[in-house]
Design a protein around this ligand. Structure first.
Ligand code: DGL
Length: 273
């Protein structure tokens, strides 16, 4: 990544932000992208808002050392807790994952009944519910916290046949199925890794990946803007984590079905006060 070329920064508490990163890399092949997964401190979604803001600030501070043009908070929990703060504090555009997914849900729903699955922190803030209601006041929103999804995904347990995955998806999704929703926002960026298992519990419902929708918003805003990288540039990807590099590489490979397209390095995130 050249000194004079500015990159896109993306962060999440762990592997979940790759659901945004994958889409971003496909839509913006000429952009340099730096990803940070805070695997040493995951999960965020069961912590207090103050702690999540502190972590998000440190994550952003680390990524800003790469001379960023734009930051994507590829984490529903950090988007809920820290989007406003980071937008105020940073001199670059900062995006979260709430708006894109909510817009897509309003476009897709036919019955007006939408469910939001997210971490306990995100659900406590009702950020998706509020955004959906602003976009379409008639929509009925059901919000469901799924606290154990992130830990199982970070442990590489996201195959639909896995008994733990089956038990947890059934437990969390049974009330959603009963509510008769036709559209489900995966409001935590880890949850698309469980898409197949979730779909089996709620057949026929449309699933929306909040990370992928945010990536589309970022790509749309960047394309044709003065900030866009030249079409001749071959975009580079770099990955950083705050815990085991090997575990991240392994989980990422399992999710993407191919090895990561860039180096993975460890960073001491606590240094970034
Ligand atoms: N991917 C994060 C999110 O979107 C997971 C949060 C967590 O670590 O609990 O909310």
């Amino acid at each position: 990544m050249g000194e004079d070329r500015r990159a896109i920064g993306v962060f999440d508490s762990g592997i979940g932000g790759l659901t945004a990163m994958r889409e971003l890399a496909a839509l913006l092949p000429h952009e340099d992208i730096v990803y940070f997964g805070d695997t040493g401190r995951v999960p965020y979604g069961t912590r207090s808002r103050e702690t999540i803001v502190k972590y998000a600030r440190q994550d952003a501070r680390f990524l800003c050392s790469f001379h960023l043009k734009l930051l994507l908070i590829a984490c529903g929990t950090a988007s809920y807790a820290a989007l406003d703060t980071l937008q105020e504090e940073l001199p670059i555009p900062v995006y979260g994952v709430v708006e894109g997914a909510s817009r897509r849900a309003v476009e897709l729903t036919r019955t007006g009944r939408v469910a939001v699955l997210a971490t306990p922190a995100t659900i406590s803030g009702h950020v998706f519910g509020k955004c959906l209601k602003n976009l379409s006041p008639d929509v009925t929103v059901m919000e469901k916290a799924c606290p154990l999804f992130v830990p199982i995904v970070e442990n590489g347990r996201f195959q639909p046949e896995d008994p733990i995955v089956r038990i947890l998806t059934e437990e969390y999704l049974a009330p959603v199925r009963e509510a008769g929703v036709d559209t489900i926002i995966l409001g935590c960026t880890h949850y698309p890794l469980l898409s197949e298992a979730i779909s089996r519990c709620v057949p026929g419902a449309a699933l929306i990946s909040s990370g992928a929708e945010a990536a589309k918003m970022v790509a749309a805003s960047l394309r044709n803007s003065a900030l866009a990288a030249p079409q001749t540039h071959d975009g580079k990807r770099r990955y950083f984590v705050s815990d085991s590099v090997e575990q991240f590489r392994q989980n990422a490979g399992m999710y993407l079905c191919h090895p990561l397209d860039g180096d993975v390095e460890w960073v001491d995130i606590e240094k970034y006060e």
